[in-house]
Design a protein around this ligand. Structure first.
Ligand code: FRU
Length: 493
């Protein structure tokens, strides 16, 4: 094992012991120590779920990327395993960037990742050379392949740029391996390229899978591509987006393209939408579980909002709660995986509560809860103008979810959550107009809120860093409405 990896392994072991459980979210994965970004190598290996992550163990800011590692039996309780890769070879000495993993027929865990090497041009300016590399392992220890890199700038089609070429996602189909990888063209547009391989080591360029054509941002990062519910789904995370109504926001975003594959095997687009309409979600990856569910995990963070942080925390970055995804009426549907029910503690439920003005309900409070609220008008006419849920409230700091039934807009807001930075704190999302009826399901963990709207038609996520003793929840109506509520406390068993 090389020195850099050994050093990282020793460091994280020691550092982890200094981080009390109470400093972490209850269910959302955080790095063993230091910094975490994208989920990587999300896969099933020898019957267990494995997840890797972009990792800089030595500090809570982004640094030379390592690959952190966890495993799980149920996707919710994760066990830290030793870091598997450090940036130390000639082709990845400036970073082991994002990638994916698969179990091979002969029982190996095969990883495809991006190696980053920084070079200097004639003006002395630095630029990246990004290539695709292989590492193989047994679920704990991994070796970089001696013939790395396996896909280089020489394997690019005409017009493709060599500097932004990253984040391979591998899959197996009809006895062959395939991968899709992000690329920025020399004229500065995003595209995804497809390669194929008989053995996972020797790769052949196949085609441009999809072109951005200057629609959604510039470079497309972290693609994923799979069949789902009779459709073909493509996920990617574009950088430098321009806003489009309430569908896409500025900056780094997420994009889901739903389409089909024609008789030539080409992807035909049918619908483009955001994956998450909140503030903090990026670079999701999916797996197919043994019982046939497509489950997605994303980085519960956005590059544009990394300024909201707790400087007293020994970690930075958390993963989203795992979401089961499906396609309904040509649109993406997301739900928290049902395994969450195994973590339910006390349950409180109320039906047909009349809400007018401000109210708190006894026993409805907490910072680790799965709470579903259904609200509707009192009669056939719209009987309210606004509905608000206030949570993580201690009388001083709080966050809110607001629903405007006339405009059909849901807004999440963390402006008063204790943040001292002038950064994005609010986001709005257009939802289906059901004449004042809406269902809002909140997964609240200590440092995040994920809102599943109307049975998963839309999701809005955000990090909040309010003191965890802020547990208050209250409701407010401008007008009157009827509310049903079911709240399950979440607890580690
Ligand atoms: C996305 C990303 C990837 C890259 C990684 C580097 O968040 O920029 O494209 O591989 O992060 O940490």
């Amino acid at each position: 094992m090389n020195d850099k990896l050994l050093k990282a392994r020793e460091y994280e072991c020691k550092k982890e012991k200094t981080i009390g459980e109470e400093l972490r979210p209850l269910f959302h994965l955080t790095p063993r120590c230091g910094w975490m970004n994208d989920p990587n190598g999300f896969s099933i290996y020898k019957g267990k779920y494995h997840l890797f992550y972009q990792y800089y163990p030595y500090g809570t800011a982004w640094g030379p990327m390592h690959w952190g590692h966890v495993e799980s039996d149920d996707l919710i309780t994760w066990k830290y395993l030793p870091v598997i890769m450090a940036p130390e070879t000639e082709y990845d000495k400036n970073g082991c960037f994002s990638g994916s993993a698969i179990e091979t027929e002969d029982g190996k865990h095969l990883i495809l990742y991006t190696g980053v090497l920084q070079k200097q041009d004639e003006n002395g300016d630095f630029y990246d050379v990004q290539t695709q590399c292989v590492a193989v392992g047994d679920g704990v220890d991994y070796e970089k392949y001696e013939l790395n890199p396996v896909i280089t700038g020489d394997d690019l089609p005409e017009g493709a740029g060599k500097r932004d070429f990253r984040d391979p996602k591998i899959w197996r189909e009809n006895g062959k391996y395939y991968l899709v990888v992000g690329n920025k063209t020399v004229d500065g547009d995003g595209q995804l390229l497809q390669y194929s391989s008989e053995d996972g080591y020797n790769w052949k360029y196949e085609k441009v899978l999809i072109k951005n054509n200057n629609r959604f941002g510039v470079m497309w990062e972290c693609p994923d591509y799979f069949a789902l519910d009779g459709k073909q789904v493509l996920l990617t995370s574009p950088q430098d987006m321009l806003p489009e109504e309430l569908e896409f926001h500025n900056g780094n975003g997420t994009l889901c393209v739903i389409g089909s594959v024609n008789s030539d095997g080409d992807f035909c687009e049918e619908n483009c939408q955001a994956v998450d309409y909140g503030i903090d979600f990026y670079a999701p990856q999916t797996i197919l579980t043994k019982d046939g569910r497509r489950v997605m995990i994303g980085w519960l963070q956005n590059w544009d909002t990394v300024g909201i942080r707790r400087d007293d925390f020994p970690w930075f970055g958390q993963m989203s709660f795992p979401r089961e995804i499906s396609v309904r009426n040509g649109k993406l549907i997301q739900k928290p995986i049902h395994e969450i029910e195994n973590y339910y503690g006390k349950r409180v439920s109320r039906q047909n509560v009349l809400i007018s003005d401000n109210c708190a309900l006894s026993s409805i409070e907490g910072r680790c809860i799965d709470m579903t609220v259904n609200v509707r008008s009192t009669g056939s006419e719209l009987s309210y103008k606004k509905f608000e849920i206030r949570f993580a409230d201690n009388g001083k700091a709080y966050s809110t979810i607001e629903f405007d039934p006339t405009e059909s807009i849901v807004k999440i807001d963390r402006k008063h959550s204790g943040s001292r930075r002038a950064i994005v704190h609010q986001r709005r999302c257009k939802v289906a107009n059901r004449k004042g009826e809406i269902t809002l399901r909140l997964i609240l963990d200590r440092y995040s809120m994920e809102l599943f709207i109307n049975d998963g038609e839309q999701v809005m996520s955000m990090g909040i860093f309010t003191d965890i003793k802020a547990e208050g929840i209250s409701f407010k109506a401008n007008g009157e409405l009827i509310m049903d509520i079911v709240m399950n406390e979440l607890e580690k068993k």
